[in-house]
Write a protein that binds this ligand. Sequence first.
Ligand SMILES: C[S@@+](CC[C@H](N)C(=O)[O-])C[C@H]1O[C@@H](n2cnc3c(N)ncnc32)[C@H](O)[C@@H]1O
Length: 269
Amino acid sequence: MKEQNRYVLGESESEHSRLRDQSVVLDPLTRQLHIEAGITAGMSVLDIGTGAGHVAAIAADLVGPHGQVLAVDRNPEALDGARDRLGHRQEIEFAEADLTVLDLDRQFDAIVGRAVLMHVSSPVEVLERLRRHLRPGGLMVMHEFDLTQQWTSVSTPLWDRVRTLILQTFESIGIHNTLGRDLFAAFRSAGLPDPHLTLGAPVGGGAEAPSFGWVNVLAGLLPYLEQQGIVTADEIGIDSLTQRLTDELDAEDATLLGPLMYGAYCTVD
Ligand SMILES: C[S@@+](CC[C@H](N)C(=O)[O-])C[C@H]1O[C@@H](n2cnc3c(N)ncnc32)[C@H](O)[C@@H]1O
């Protein structure tokens, strides 16, 4: 049975460092999306599912000292970590909130989010709820993964195993693996204007193959996989996995594609 609205990637220090590693690759794409969408000086921005606060920090850079960012997450541990990291940023405020019941008594110039809607059981219902928190003329800016494309230019045994493990596990717990490419439909279903779309992804071969990104996702899932008796860290050889995956690609002169990151943004009436 699918577990609705459960975040399985962990709620601890290790999840924080996982998000930090992921952000190194994703932040430039998110920054570009925010700029293209029109996040700019002086705006008030809501960052949903802030995690370690990386997207909030990007928004804060763009809105500057006269703007404000409210960063929400339902996980108090994530918020503590984000406050530790970003507490010195006067323009960012943090608050605990569950998006599925979000009801704030204020409206924002923009709402941003990355890799969050994929974790809620109904992204459309959350978008509808968020819509009520945007002022007329406000911006909705979402950045979500599509994990289901072919990852490697040549199929190899270890890559096939890791891909199947990640996709089947996410699928079985109700994570929306294809939300990136489904964002357009989700915006429409939520009664939002047709969004502009962007697409970006980490890509490379040899020493630049972004193998680490996928291993990072698997590492986040490991506590759940172990608990379910699916695989252990030792069985999968997590410590040497990045190197073995990269070697496998190298032997085939193959290239690797990281998760496709779809951006979707629109201005509401
Ligand atoms: C993959 S992390 C992404 C964090 C951050 N947006 C980033 O890109 O670095 C997803 C975050 O969404 C939060 N989250 C998941 N479901 C949520 C919900 N229903 N309400 C609020 N936060 C939620 C999780 O606690 C987690 O911190």
